[in-house]
Design a protein around this ligand. Sequence first.
Ligand SMILES: Cc1cc2nc3c(=O)[nH]c(=O)nc-3n(C[C@H](O)[C@H](O)[C@H](O)COP(=O)(O)OP(=O)(O)OC[C@H]3O[C@@H](n4cnc5c(N)ncnc54)[C@H](O)[C@@H]3O)c2cc1C
Length: 388
Amino acid sequence: MNVELSPDHEGFRKVVRDFAEREVAPHVQRWDREHHFPVDVVRQMGELGLFGITAPPEYGGAGADFTSLCIAIEELGRVDQSVGITLSAGVGLGITPIASFGTAEQKQRWLPDLVAGRTLAAFGLTEPEAGSDAGATRTTARLVDGEWVIDGAKAFITNSGTEITSVVTVTTRTGTRPDGTPEISAILVPSGTPGFTVEPAYDKLGWHASDTHGLSFDGARVPEDHLLGQRGSGFRQFLATLDDGRIAIAALALGLTRACLEQSVAYAGQRQAFGAPIGSNQGVAFPLADLDVAVEGSRLLVYRAAWLRDSGADRAEVKRAAARAKLYATEAAVTATRVATQVFGGYGFIEEYPVARFYRDAKILEVGEGTSEVQRLVLARALGLPVG
Ligand SMILES: Cc1cc2nc3c(=O)[nH]c(=O)nc-3n(C[C@H](O)[C@H](O)[C@H](O)COP(=O)(O)OP(=O)(O)OC[C@H]3O[C@@H](n4cnc5c(N)ncnc54)[C@H](O)[C@@H]3O)c2cc1C
């Protein structure tokens, strides 16, 4: 049994870590304060090949494994969660659905620029009245004279309103099945489509340098061939998208827990109180020992889930591994930010110290791509429990 990543993976990790420390770390405090979406860094990440990690080579991608994507997200997340989620959503929610389910024409139209980081795509699943219960989608799409006419709204959509966003994939109700359940289909809506409005950016607790908007559709029309995959397959598509997304968010959380541990250990070793480093107190040192376990636990769960995904394991097994990784790693990250800000004392409450930003950024990890409760639901059902 080998639970270590390959030398190639570790070499790639070093490339991303160097990039994050050189191009991201010096600027993140300002981006966070100014709620600035760093489009230039997104382009640089594209040039480095990060958006194309898993994409097919014929569209400019590296065709590498999902594990590599998780490594990149972890390393970016260790420095800044906003930049980490921009990559995670850009690939997992933007590129992968088109690469996995798109027609040859759709791939040719959208992927080369997305893979190069010249443009971004988003995935609109959540609605103002349908989040955890995503199957309750109310946005409708009607086929009229060879065009889909879309009406409705989406909420909290990452990367949907940047100056380089080219397209948003939205889940819609395209009809009702014979058993009365909604027929859900995904449709590609290019930015700038008349009737498609990107609402003003949310005023968020954290992830200030990431782009998040509500979207509204008022008779927005796109050609019939903008349907992604088969009509009625939207539910299956977004379940697959979410499994990947959960592993990716767990990797993002792992980066955050590592950052909290590294910075807290350094601070506890040099900050003096009562004539000694604060780390000489068990009350400070033991929570950091617990974070060491959290990092290792998160790492094993994240990369086992990614490995199962890469080795083509049974979908139910990947789904379960993704839920375990997401649940554990994100809750550990929230705990890690609470421990880190406590170790930093009053300075932990001051924005000059990254742990203050980490504290604000962590909470959403327990919510996005399925809340902790939803992960527990998935896991409890997998245990055979008759939970609703
Ligand atoms: C910054 C940000 C970025 C996001 N990016 C995207 C994106 O790019 N694309 C996208 O589609 N969505 C995105 N989301 C949406 C996110 O995935 C949803 O917010 C999340 O799935 C929860 O849905 P909700 O907010 O409607 O909460 P609700 O579903 O209303 O849940 C509210 C509470 O009730 C609990 N709950 C609900 N049902 C149950 C149940 N059966 N059992 C126990 N507890 C339950 C939940 O766990 C939660 O605690 C983003 C959200 C944010 C804040």
